[in-house]
Design a protein around this ligand. Sequence first.
Ligand code: IMP
Length: 225
Amino acid sequence: MAEVDARADRRSEGIVINDDWPGYSLDLFSYPAHYSGDLDCVIVPHGVIMDRTERLARNIMDDLGDHDIVVLCVLKGGYQFCADLVERIKALSRNSNHTIPMRVHFIRLRSYLNDQSTEDLHILGAEDLSFLAGKNVLIVEGIVGTGKTMETLLEHVKAFKPKMIKVAGLLVKRVQHSLASVPDYVGFEIPNRFVVGYALDYNEYFRDLNHICIISESGKKKYKV
Ligand code: IMP
């Protein structure tokens, strides 16, 4: 999130989905029958996610083209976005004079129970990131809520002295008094509601849903732990 230039600033909020946006009726799309009754609406259809990701890949390419980067995928919620983003960066690299040599590494975080952020943030699988020293790092996260998770992760990564850190977040919630600065690359700015799908879960459910949806109250009850 360091070194945000003016161009990145202008586009940093991504596509803004307002609080009064009712979403798309679930009847307009296909989704797994086992989630029938568990969702209120589709807030971002899968195709729109893919189109926005393609553009984010181009922005990243324009900014970082010809630099080696280490992609740090934040599991588990960021895996689908990371896979699709990396795929698109690879396609651009194949088809232009600019190219981004990429390494991909995974880091696992857990801070949510049901739909509540907990103080208890675990960084798992982050044993030794010393190979990040002097590298250009692109952190790829599915969703930024309060920003606490990202702040903690950034502090952790900075300690390994990378040359540069950029952050790509597919979704950023409009949270009042959010601690964090905005990621450099944002897919969508969304209302402060609990969303699932496209690898984002509620107690490990809904990762197998392609669209980003608002979970229903009955869905929350059904999968509560
Ligand atoms: P933050 O610390 O509040 O920014 O929360 C970030 C983390 O919480 C993300 O890495 C997600 O794992 C999870 N999270 C936050 N909001 C949601 C949501 O609406 N759906 C699913 N996971 C979420």
